[in-house]
Design a protein around this ligand. Structure first.
Ligand code: NDP
Length: 249
């Protein structure tokens, strides 16, 4: 099993949901966690919680859609903790609506955060991983990065981009630079993701899914991240498709 004690991780979207749960889990495994998002109050609360439990966390105010903000967060994490061994590209938004509602601001927001955000953090962190000839990049795609659903068209497009980017990155980084890449593809997870849906009818449809099945928890996804990290160095868990048992689509 790979020894994780003292490794340094950057986790984006760490102020809630999957990112916060993963920060807790990795910190418990002895990993120093750089926790990045825009909501500083949430990040500070998480840092206090992690440190009360014996872990180490550094708060990074970061808007992943803004390359300058990303570069400044990455630089401060490296200055304080020397390196970044693990990058979890997890920040994302899902303000769903039908195409003919033409909520174009929301389309662009999804592209900026779900795609460009991943590119910004990857561009900022990879040179360090390449320099040290090791690293592990996780990208949060989705079941929506494997299949297309009506009403989720733009979100699916952004997550398909992440699935494609992850596989290409894996092929370019593994042999040449000894960097592993894992694409995380969850089904329904109980987080704050649906709270950004502006159309009340679509939001209600998504909330109704909770009656059909027991959703995954953020901690379930965190467990798969830890599992992939603990695999021996020659093993790259390239894709992890994690579903609620009762999700039948
Ligand atoms: P949450 O809404 O709980 O978390 C989203 C996180 O992204 C928050 O921490 C938020 O922080 C952060 N974020 C949003 N915009 C930005 C930005 N511009 N810059 C930095 N951080 C940002 O949802 P989840 O935990 O569910 O989402 C995490 C990932 O999982 C997303 O990529 C989502 O698409 C994906 N996913 C979720 C599924 C689910 O069913 N929940 C299923 C499959 C995939 P802040 O607002 O403080 O900046």
């Amino acid at each position: 099993m790979t020894n994780l004690e003292g490794k340094v991780a950057l986790i984006t979207g760490a102020s809630s949901g999957i990112g916060a749960a993963t920060a807790r889990k990795l910190a418990k495994a002895g990993i120093i966690v750089g926790i990045a998002a825009r909501r500083l109050d949430r990040l500070t609360g998480l840092k206090n919680e992690i440190e009360a439990d014996g872990g180490t966390a550094m708060v990074l105010e970061m808007d992943v859609a803004d390359a300058r903000s990303v570069n400044s967060g990455v630089t401060s994490l490296i200055e304080k903790h020397r390196t970044i061994d693990i990058l979890f590209n997890n920040a994302g938004l899902m303000p769903l609506s039908d195409i003919d509602a033409f909520n174009t601001d929301e389309w662009h927001q999804m592209v900026d955060v779900n795609i460009k955000g991943v590119l910004n953090t990857t561009a900022a962190v990879l040179p360090h991983m390449i320099g040290q000839k090791s690293g592990h990049v996780f990208n949060t795609s989705s079941i929506a990065g494997r299949k297309v659903f009506k009403g989720l068209t733009v979100y699916c497009a952004t997550k398909h981009a992440i699935t494609a980017f992850s596989d290409g990155l894996r092929m370019e980084m593994g042999k040449k630079h000894n960097i592993r890449v894992t694409c995380i593809q969850p089904g329904a997870v109980a987080t704050e993701l649906y709270e950004h849906i502006s159309d009340p009818a679509v939001r209600q449809q998504m909330e109704d899914l909770r009656k059909e099945m027991t959703f995954l928890e953020g901690d379930d996804i965190a467990g798969t991240v830890l599992y992939a990290l603990q695999a021996p160095g020659h093993v790259d868990l390239a894709e992890m498709f994690i579903m609620p048992t009762r999700q039948d689509w």
